[in-house]
Design a protein around this ligand. Structure first.
Ligand code: C2O
Length: 475
């Protein structure tokens, strides 16, 4: 059996990024026969007092580094700046980039805690424990962030992080619908365009928005809860892989890509290849919810997108908090058959992907958008338990008042996204409608968008104007 015993570094030339001209390319050094202990990432509420103390100490140490030198890339602010400058969102590098970012950060933490440290990042399971952990509150606490919008006694509402929502997301079969779509820069200019997948667009974005303050924008790693939020996202990715053994794409545009740019223990720039990031055990950790025996990684062919099974509509109006938007999308007979097949099937089968795209990013993003299919009178009071309910999404972007960074969609493309796109697998919704006796085979589907303020009763002028609403049938 092969085990990783130490990290090997290979010098390679990287593409110029901001101030970095060369990046070290990390590669796992596989040696047979060596022992390696797999560290366990635990839920934050189950940390021992010593483990919690380690977490507090390391945050304190990194914050001190920033006080001593504001440009220290291994300091608290320096680490957050890496996120601000390079994190890819709304595309399929979202998951591996953040996995690598957390891994590099964890190494920096262990190094800061001194020799022999077995420090592992905890995660925050907001589904089971919807309150921002008690250990992250209190004035003189390094884990506290005074800018948060949320209060200690305010739960993250289950609309995007509840068990039902998560189970539904983990059941998605199509990789991109789950993990976000191929980067725009890697796609041909024709449809389908890039989009935010359900894990990113629903619970991920929502927790950023609900916590608010620093967490609401790209400098979010300044709030210590960021790291635990992302460890949970990382855990859910792992969970999905376990449920869909052959579900991961084998597209080399993804596997061969090097995400970055992070910093290593010497403070040098480092990049990580996506294919080296697929198994957490290779990286030396597992989650306490993972089974002892490791999951098998397998790749499947990328889903065949049947463009003839695509239907779209270009709405001309905007959805506002006062006036929801309903748009009817005409389906081709083939697509309509596929939807019909899904509705009548006992188990969730083919993916029917709904994309709401070309949405200019609104100035004020403190609202969420509920999506319904064939809903008779969609409005803010329509319950999310209604069979016509698809899901909700919200935005996560640069704060409009910050200077903004050199935001990277992918390599060689520094950008700040101007538009957003969100997707949902609706095959389950049509089955639910059928079960509720509310589905009839028809040649069009009405998609309704209902913006609702993030906080109940808050007056927000939320408005979105999607440029396209599209259904894609995947076989
Ligand atoms: Cu790149 Cu949750 O942030």
């Amino acid at each position: 059996m092969k085990r990783v015993n130490r990290r090997g570094f290979l010098r390679a030339v990287g593409i110029g990024f901001g101030t970095f001209t060369a990046a070290t390319y990390w590669t796992p050094n596989i040696c047979a026969g060596d022992q390696q202990t797999i560290r366990v990432r635990k839920e934050v509420n189950s940390l021992s007092p010593t483990e919690l103390n380690d977490l507090k100490s390391v945050v304190r140490i990194l914050k001190k580094r920033t006080e001593a030198n504001a440009n220290d890339t291994k300091g608290w602010r320096g680490q957050a700046t890496i996120h601000n400058d390079f994190c890819p969102h709304s595309n399929w590098f979202f998951l591996p980039w953040h996995r690598a970012y957390l891994d590099q950060f964890e190494q920096i933490c262990r190094d800061a805690l001194g020799p022999g440290s077995t420090f592992s990042l905890p995660y925050w399971d907001w589904t089971k424990n919807p309150y921002l952990p008690a250990s992250f509150w209190g004035q003189d606490n390094p884990l506290f962030d005074a800018s948060r919008d949320i209060d200690p006694n305010e739960a993250i509402p289950p609309e995007m992080t509840g068990e039902k929502v998560l189970n539904n997301i983990l059941d998605i079969q199509d990789f991109e619908t789950f993990a976000s779509g191929k980067s725009k820069a890697q796609r041909p200019t024709s449809a389908p365009k890039g989009f935010t997948g359900q894990l990113e667009g629903v619970p991920h974005n929502n927790v950023h928005g609900e916590v608010g303050g620093d967490m609401g924008a790209y400098m979010s790693p300044l709030d210590p809860i960021f790291w635990l939020h992302h460890a949970n996202i990382d855990r859910l990715w792992n969970e999905w892989v376990r449920r869909h053994q052959a579900g991961t794409t084998k597209d080399s545009d993804w596997l061969d890509f090097q995400v970055g740019t992070f910093v290593d223990l010497q403070g040098n720039p480092v990049k990580r290849k996506v294919s080296d990031l697929l198994d957490t055990r290779t990286l030396g950790y597992r989650y306490d919810t993972d089974p002892e025996s490791p999951p098998k990684m397998a790749f499947s062919a990328p889903p065949r997108v049947l463009t003839e099974f695509m239907a779209r509509s270009t709405p001309t109006a905007a959805a506002t908090i006062v006036n929801p938007l309903s748009t009817s999308v005409g389906l081709s007979p083939e697509l309509s058959n596929l939807v019909n097949e899904s509705a009548k099937s006992d188990v969730r089968g083919k993916t029917i992907r709904l994309t709401i795209g070309d949405i200019p990013i609104p100035e004020n993003t403190k609202f969420k958008v509920r999506v319904f299919l064939n809903c008779k009178q969609p409005n803010a009071r329509t319950p999310v338990g209604d069979p016509s309910y698809v899901g909700s999404f919200c935005f996560f972007t640069h704060s409009h008042d910050s200077a903004g960074g050199n935001h990277q969609e992918m390599h060689a493309e520094a950008n700040k996204p101007q538009t957003a796109a969100f997707c949902f697998d609706v095959s389950d919704v049509v089955r639910r409608l059928e079960l509720a006796g509310e589905y009839k085979a028809q040649s069009d589907i009405t998609v309704s968008l209902v913006p609702v303020p993030l906080k109940r009763g808050e007056a927000v002028i939320g408005e979105i104007k999607p440029g396209l609403i599209e259904f894609t049938g995947l076989k």
